[in-house]
Design a protein around this ligand. Structure first.
Ligand SMILES: *[C@@H]1O[C@H](CO)[C@@H](O)[C@H](O)[C@H]1NC(C)=O
Ligand SMILES: *[C@@H]1O[C@H](CO)[C@@H](O)[C@H](O)[C@H]1NC(C)=O
Ligand SMILES: *[C@@H]1O[C@H](CO)[C@@H](O)[C@H](O)[C@H]1NC(C)=O
Ligand SMILES: *[C@@H]1O[C@H](CO)[C@@H](O)[C@H](O)[C@H]1NC(C)=O
Ligand SMILES: *[C@@H]1O[C@H](CO)[C@@H](O)[C@H](O)[C@H]1NC(C)=O
Length: 582
């Protein structure tokens, strides 16, 4: 009796040791190089995805399934889902059990590095704007105080009360909820993370930003110590109500009203508005109506002479004007902690990417100069591309989970312009660790100077739009020729950008290490205000060359001139029902 039980014990011990060895092997060896003969172009996938053992999320790689290259086949069977859930729970239990052993092999968090950044950035003037790959350091509020106006409710809260009139085809009120984040998405198909995901509408930035500002660490009620003044006017939501069938007097009235109101304020008079800024969460062309006839598009907020000295932050800036600055569209992810971000980053690093490239969007049959149709054709023709084509009867395109899953399983994501140069989709793809492919520098490189690296080739691919128009290039060939090592470097860069392009939860977030899109924008504003305050005129160059001057510091001839011919036909009038497809 005794003998058999001891023997059983031994067997258990052997099994246990075997199990531990096996566990270490799959976590430390480059097991992925052995995996998946199902991936058609395996050599393109990143062989550098080292599993981070400090990471506590479930190893999602086990979740990837092949959808037979057909977007419409859905997402694997329910049974598969359940099996996987069990596996994940087991894995996690196992990890907890092995915790004491694993701890020893965990790399030390990079404390030293952060310290270094701190001391370096503490020096006066070094502080802001420099994209220290999204890292924050403890700073005093000196030089960072912001005064926020308590505007009359007609400029913000009452506009929200009017949410029914934003869009006559769709009730937008739910998107105003949760401080502008919209309805909580949960975590369907485990495509997201445990929390922090919302069905955020692309035009809700004003609300998110305002709520974030209410919790800004260096907010002050004493305007005399403030370095910048924030005007929480919901410019985009205001004009949204009147874009389609109202006369220009409706569209302009609140902007004009604001100009009058501001000019009465002592804070404005101090610097003629040069330290003031506001966030306009729609594209710049919605605020730059050049003529005064009712047929013309948008309002003239950004062209009002009173606002010439003010800084506008917007999701798409004009290449030919100098008073607006591009900041990221909101995405679906609104983290609360540093850990939320690093967990997501590790998940995206590990994620297996089955498609070389993908595209989600609608054709633009109404736009003659659009080459979206060609881009869609490239994708449809290629066995290495997955396509979610938006149409009125394909609702997938509007489902965050479908779009995010597509991007997470793709190496490159095509981002051709829509009605305007930029797309929210660009930020969704960065969030998914998918390398964006642009067709004009107008889509990002001249836009988000505070948020994206100037060396654009480090995180993206540029394919000349004329080559696509003239069918002189194969997108598939261009992308598949990029060496695997380069691809993985680019993807790492993209994943490093994630904190910089997300807006943390306005009310509940506590980011200490990372700077999010809000922090980076505020730093950008503070830097700019410091410079323009000293100057008599806000610009000393030909404003039409703003895009060049701001990016390269000169207005000399440049290769990109072909992309920004001035004057260009400004934005097409857009059908609102189709807006969500941008
Ligand atoms: C500013 O004043 C308001 C109202 O008096 C108060 O609720 C708020 O906490 C103050 N904010 C700061 C940053 O002092
Ligand atoms: C797609 O395939 C069709 C048919 O083979 C071909 O005519 C067309 O030129 C291709 N388009 C692109 C963009 O490659
Ligand atoms: C097509 O591309 C090649 C090489 O980039 C270039 O030499 C040629 O002029 C282009 N043709 C057209 C029609 O754009
Ligand atoms: C802009 O600032 C300058 C001073 O630098 C001032 O002369 C000018 O009047 C201001 N413009 C407006 C519209 O307030
Ligand atoms: C959206 O676009 C389609 C064509 O792509 C058009 O038929 C439809 O009228 C548009 N929707 C609205 C609301 O204008």
């Amino acid at each position: 009796m005794d003998q058999t039980s001891r023997c059983r014990c031994k067997i258990w011990l052997v099994l246990c040791i075997f199990f531990i060895c096996w566990y270490f092997m799959i976590h430390n060896a480059k097991w992925y190089t052995l995996s998946s003969p199902r991936t058609a172009f395996h050599h393109h996938t990143n062989p550098i995805e080292i599993i981070d053992s400090t990471e506590k999320t479930i190893p999602e790689t086990t979740n990837t399934r092949v959808d037979n290259d057909n977007v419409d086949t859905g997402h694997g069977s329910v049974k598969e889902e359940i099996d996987w859930l069990n596996d994940a729970a087991e894995m996690r239990a196992l990890e907890n059990e092995l915790e004491p052993i694993l701890k020893k092999v965990r790399p030390k968090p990079e404390k030293k590095k952060t310290k270094k950044v701190e001391t370096a950035t503490d020096k006066v003037g070094e502080r802001v704007g420099k994209r220290k790959t999204g890292y924050k350091s403890k700073l005093s509020c000196s030089g960072r105080y912001i005064y926020m106006y308590d505007l009359p409710a007609r400029f913000n809260d009452e506009i929200l009360d009017d949410c029914r009139s934003f869009n006559k085809w769709q009730n937008m009120c739910p998107y105003v909820d949760n401080n502008g984040l919209g309805p909580n998405l949960g975590n369907p198909q485990r495509a997201f993370s445990r929390s922090g995901w919302y069905a955020t509408n692309q035009f809700m930035l004003e609300v998110i930003f305002h709520n974030r500002m209410k919790n800004y660490e260096c907010l002050t009620n004493d305007s005399s110590i403030a370095s910048a003044v924030y005007v929480p006017y919901y410019a985009g939501l205001d004009v949204w109500r009147y874009l389609f069938d109202h006369s220009i007097s409706f569209r302009d009235s609140l902007s004009v009203d604001l100009a009058e109101w501001l000019q009465e304020q002592p804070e404005w008079k101090k610097y003629h508005g040069k330290d003031h800024f506001l966030v306009a969460g729609r594209i710049t062309w919605d605020f730059r109506r050049e003529t005064d006839d009712d047929e013309a598009w948008g309002n003239k907020l950004m062209l009002l002479p009173e606002f010439k000295n003010m800084t506008f932050l917007t999701i798409e800036k004009s290449p030919w004007h100098s008073n607006d600055f591009g900041i990221p569209y909101p995405t679906y992810f609104h983290p609360r902690t540093d850990n939320d971000i690093s967990e997501w980053q590790s998940k995206m690093k590990r994620h297996r990417r089955k498609s070389l490239f993908s595209f989600a969007g609608a054709p633009r049959p109404d736009m003659e100069e659009s080459y979206r149709d060609e881009v869609i054709e490239h994708c449809a023709n290629s066995s290495k591309c997955r396509l979610i084509q938006c149409s009125n009867d394909n609702l997938k395109c509007y489902q965050p989970v479908d779009v995010m899953k597509l991007f997470q399983s793709s190496i490159f994501c095509l981002q051709p312009p829509g009605h305007s140069h930029t797309r929210r989709s660009t930020f969704d793809s960065i969030l998914a660790g998918c390398i964006p492919v642009f067709f004009t520098p107008g889509s990002a490189y001249i836009q988000y100077l505070w948020h994206l690296p100037k060396k654009f080739e480090k995180y993206s691919v540029l394919i000349n739009e004329d080559d696509v128009r003239h069918k002189n290039v194969s997108i598939e060939r261009v992308l598949s020729r990029i060496p695997a090592k380069k691809v993985s470097e680019m993807r790492n860069e993209v994943i490093d950008l994630i904190p910089t392009v997300v807006y943390a939860d306005p009310k509940k977030s506590k980011l200490e290490k990372f700077k999010d899109a809000f922090d980076v924008s505020v730093n950008g504003v503070l830097d700019r205000v410091k410079i323009v305050k000293k100057k008599m005129t806000s610009i000393d160059f030909d404003e039409r060359f703003s895009w060049k001057y701001i990016l390269f510091g000169s207005v000399d001839k440049h290769d990109w001139d072909q992309y920004f011919r001035y004057p260009q036909k400004v934005i097409e009038t857009e059908a609102e029902g189709n807006e969500t497809r941008r």
